[in-house]
Design a protein around this ligand. Structure first.
Ligand code: G1P
Length: 907
């Protein structure tokens, strides 16, 4: 068997090509639009198409279905006197020849955001080129064009039949009344295709009258309608047949149905028969298919006009390419490595995909019902701040409505911004890291925009039955009160964004376990650390909260300095949490911390007073800084593990038996990457420790085959820590190279000035992901790389946001400083091109900045500084700040045009 050579970029747009993609398992490509169509397509046209959990047009698939199930999009060609050929490559014969010399020649090409598979019948020279995309229209439609070309020497008489299995219902029904729900099917045959509008929908919402209609429509390139249809699945496949060998096609049966016919109560298929045609040598014929999900019975005439011709297909494809180019063009990197830059384009796409798909709806992501988790909501905003900035302020503000008065947050997030839903299943759970992320994202926003007024915007709090971080219930609360926190007078209580942030970070400070470390609760960033709910503690995220507290203090001082604001208003109950302002407690005493927190809980469990207290900004800042510094000292004194001269790291966890998790044990070294990252990022590790930690990571976690692992092998399942340790070592949250944490590690290294080490991490992620023979994935960063080196869970991962953020703000050093532009590149010499240039395009202050760094002396990071900055050819004044060379926002705004050329000389 020939090994695939891997994909190669075909042009500067990032389109890539891959020969014989069917030789690789589990490959799939996402297709999506803002109107809600979400599709995945494989080289054999497998995958699925849906608009949500309850509205799958084709049967929902998980990765193993991609090779297991026969229910895929297919396009059959009956060739008179020859055979029946699947242009999609899905027939028994094609499978049987997979490893033989008779294997069909195929080529996969894909770009933003289209997928094309070309397949040639080896004996007849008949080629099928099948292009799929989801157009950027207001319809939820997946669009396919099949072009048959006779590359042989004699005329072929062909009769095509397109066949798209129509599941037409909720994913819940896959293993819950699959048959019964087929009885709901109402099938109507139109002029161009098959429409299925089930009478009722059966899903978690109950049994409801259904209006949603699923359609498979088709026409020849010139708009000629199909000649007939086979709408009922069991008739189409026939007794003894299957979707991969359908009797209707194989026996060349006459169509079973025509426009105006209907059927009820059967599984259905969008099987469309096109007229017989003679294909002379060199001649081509084109067929166009539209798979739609409409809220109600569709207007077929309109759909036919809008979609069913080759001309429309070409036009919409062009528009789609322009649309994605424009979107992705908002952030682009240019270094000395073209392939890396093009690969980064695919990474830039990923946060947009996650906004559109959520964490579900691609084959590896075979869980959830759409939507995203709280943590991901905030992580994804990091990249959207650069690529889709217009919406972000609104999005961020809305997210604050999900926070409870106890600093925890709603975990069920609705589809509309700011929509948070009370937990229906009543499985209360708090992830202890959740409170830490919003501040990080908001700080980035503030630096990018200078919009300090954002902190003073008001938002309600989320309220449900759960109180005391889900450790108790407020039995007075009624769902009828709505999911908002009310005052004793029944009014909706609103607090500033700043107040929300303070609560999120202050409550955990008191919520400590027996080592005076913040409790692990339901888990932290690692969702798999979920079995330390009683005595578990997360040192890793205590470090994050520690630096947040210090940074919040700094931010308050900045707020005062920049706006002249002398006081902040907080809810009167919250004043307790600023203990140093009235009755300071001993932070070393766990009991005192708990008592204070209990007192706060008592006052906020059901309603709040609605009254506010003014705090002097300076006092509040000092209180926060004292807390942060106390924590930092405590971590330093208690959690450092010194292995040997030059090698040490921080313990990251305590388990449910109260035992320290990390260290050098008789069974080997136990170390996590998570445990190190936030000490580095937030500064709770000293300079000296940082170097020792990097050395420890290199010794214990770095594996040239799969990269920087999340942890060493702890051995055995750990029922006192989490389900992650039930996973085999080297997989997912147990010791894989988990991109999100690895990228955050790189980010932290860059922040601390460990440029080469940071670069090594990013470079390793790129190389492992792009090494197709091992990673077996298309360009982009996977959620993780497993023990075999395979890239898993492509496309939908928070690591993409972090990778973009790290490249832009650390590697290229382009960041905001309360609205001003800061330039502090940390590019290595090798990252500049042959002319000593490297560039990045990014949106800042509403302008497209085309930044080009010149490094005429070929100096390395650390050996150059910004000597001069020119905007549109003219030199401008800059200011040297500790965070980098600053160009004032006003200066940028004064530069003419929407796009500004920024030339930066590095000497
Ligand atoms: C996923 C989740 C993320 C979580 C991580 C580790 O990572 O989305 O919230 O922290 O697993 O459990 P992702 O797929 O975003 O890389």
């Amino acid at each position: 068997m020939n090994q695939p050579k891997g994909w190669t970029f075909m042009n500067e747009n990032g389109s890539f090509a891959l020969r014989t993609p069917q030789d690789t398992q589990y490959l799939y490509f996402p297709l999506v639009n803002e109107a809600g169509m979400m599709s995945s397509v494989t080289p054999t046209l497998h995958g699925d198409a849906k608009t949500g959990h309850n509205t799958f047009l084709t049967p929902p698939v998980s990765v193993e279905d991609l090779h297991n199930s026969r229910a895929s999009r297919n396009f059959w060609v009956h060739i008179e006197g020859e055979e029946v050929w699947s242009a999609a490559g899905s027939s028994p014969k094609q499978h049987a020849e997979a490893f033989s010399g008779k294997r069909e020649d195929t080529l996969l090409e894909a770009g933003f955001l289209w997928h094309k598979i070309t397949r040639t019948h080896p004996a007849l020279g008949l080629t099928a080129e099948i292009t799929s995309f989801v157009p950027n229209t207001d319809d939820a439609v997946e669009y396919m064009r099949v072009k048959l070309t006779n590359g042989g020497s004699r005329t072929l008489t062909v009769t095509p039949t397109a066949a798209i299995p129509m599941y037409a219902r909720s994913a819940d029904d896959l293993r819950d009344h699959r048959h019964v729900t087929s009885l709901l099917h109402r099938i109507a045959v139109g002029e161009y295709g098959v429409h299925v509008q089930p009478s009722l929908s059966f899903d978690e919402r109950g049994h409801r009258v259904n209006r949603v209609t699923y359609s498979v429509l088709g026409a020849e390139g010139d708009g000629t309608a199909p000649v007939g249809f086979f709408p009922v699945l069991e008739d189409y496949i026939g007794e003894g047949g299957s979707l991969e060998w359908p009797k209707a096609v194989v026996t060349h049966a006459k169509p079973h149905a025509a426009a105006g016919d209907s059927a009820e109560g059967y599984e259905s298929v969008g099987a469309l028969r096109f007229r017989e045609a003679d294909l002379a040598p060199g001649e081509s014929r084109t067929y166009v298919l539209a798979l739609t999900v409409e809220e109600d019975r569709p207007d077929e005439t309109r759909l036919a006009r809008d979609y069913l011709s080759e001309a429309r297909f070409g036009q919409l494809l062009e528009e789609s390419v322009v649309y994605w180019e424009a979107k992705l063009g908002k952030l682009a990197f240019r270094s000395g490595d073209r392939d890396h830059d093009l690969w980064m384009k695919w990474v830039t796409l990923q946060p947009v995909l996650r906004r559109l798909f959520g964490n579900s709806f691609l084959p590896y992501h075979d869980y959830g019902r759409g939507g995203r988790g709280w943590r991901d909501l905030w992580q994804d905003c990091l990249a959207l701040l650069f690529t889709e900035p217009a919406e972000v302020r609104h999005l961020l503000l809305n997210n604050f409505a999900g926070i409870r008065m106890d600093g925890s947050n709603a975990t069920i997030i609705g589809s509309k911004p700011g929509e948070f839903i009370a937990d229906r299943n009543n499985i209360p759970r708090v992830w202890m890291d959740h409170g830490a992320w919003p501040f990080l994202t908001v700080l980035l926003y503030l630096h990018q925009s200078g919009d300090l007024g954002f902190l003073l915007e008001e938002q309600p709090y989320f309220k449900d039955i759960h109180i005391k971080r889900c450790k108790d219930k407020d039995l007075e609360w009624k769902p009828l009160d709505g999911s908002v926190q009310r005052t004793a007078d029944g009014e909706i209580y609103r607090g500033t964004v700043l107040e929300h942030l303070l609560l999120q970070n202050l409550v955990p400070f008191y919520h400590v376990g027996e080592h005076n470390i913040i409790k692990l609760e339901g888990a932290d960033w690692n969702d798999g650390m979920d079995m330390g709910t009683k005595r578990g503690e997360s040192v890793a995220f205590t470090a994050f909260y520690a630096s947040n507290l210090m940074e919040l203090g700094k931010l308050l001082r900045e707020l005062e300095r920049r706006t002249g604001l002398a006081e902040i208003q907080v809810s009167e109950e919250m004043v307790l949490l600023f203990d140093t302002l009235s009755a300071p407690i001993d932070y070393g005493s766990i009991g005192e911390k708990h008592r204070l927190l209990d007192a706060y809980y008592e006052r906020t469990g059901h309603t709040v007073s609605g009254r506010r207290t003014a705090l002097k900004i300076g006092d509040a800042a000092r209180d926060l800084e004292q807390k942060g510094q106390w924590l930092a000292r405590h971590l330093q004194e208690q959690e450092w593990i010194a292995q040997e001269e030059g090698i040490g790291w921080f313990n990251g966890y305590y388990d449910d038996d109260g035992n320290r998790v990390e260290g050098v044990t008789p069974d080997g070294v136990r170390m996590t990457l998570t445990g190190q990252v936030f000490h580095l990022m937030g500064g709770t590790a000293t300079e000296e420790q940082a170097a020792q930690m990097a050395a420890a990571v290199n010794r214990h976690l770095k594996d040239p085959r799969i990269g920087y692992r999340l942890n060493t092998d702890f051995g055995g399942i750990r029922q006192n820590l989490g389900r992650a340790f039930g996973f085999a070592f080297g997989h997912k949250e147990n010791g894989a190279m988990f991109s999100h944490m690895a990228v955050m590690y790189a980010n932290a290294l860059y922040k601390r000035g460990f440029v080469r080490e940071g670069h090594d991490v990013l470079d390793s992620i790129y190389r492992l992901s792009a090494d197709f023979e091992r990673s077996r994935m298309y360009p982009g960063v996977p959620e993780y790389i497993n023990e075999r080196g395979r890239g898993m869970y492509p496309y939908l991962t928070g690591s993409a946001s972090w990778l973009l953020l790290t490249e832009l703000t650390e590697v290229y050093g382009v960041k905001g400083g309360y609205g001003d532009l800061l330039l502090d590149p940390k590019l290595l010499r090798t990252q500049f091109d042959a002319e000593g240039k490297a560039g990045v395009v990014t949106l800042f202050a509403g302008k497209m900045l085309r930044i080009v760094y010149s490094n005429p002396n070929g100096a390395d990071a650390g050996a150059y500084t910004v000597r001069s900055v020119r905007l549109n050819g003219s030199g401008v004044e800059t200011e040297q700040r500790p965070e980098g060379c600053a160009v004032k926002r006003e200066t940028l705004l004064a530069a003419g045009g929407e796009a500004v050329d920024v030339e930066v000389e590095l000497i």
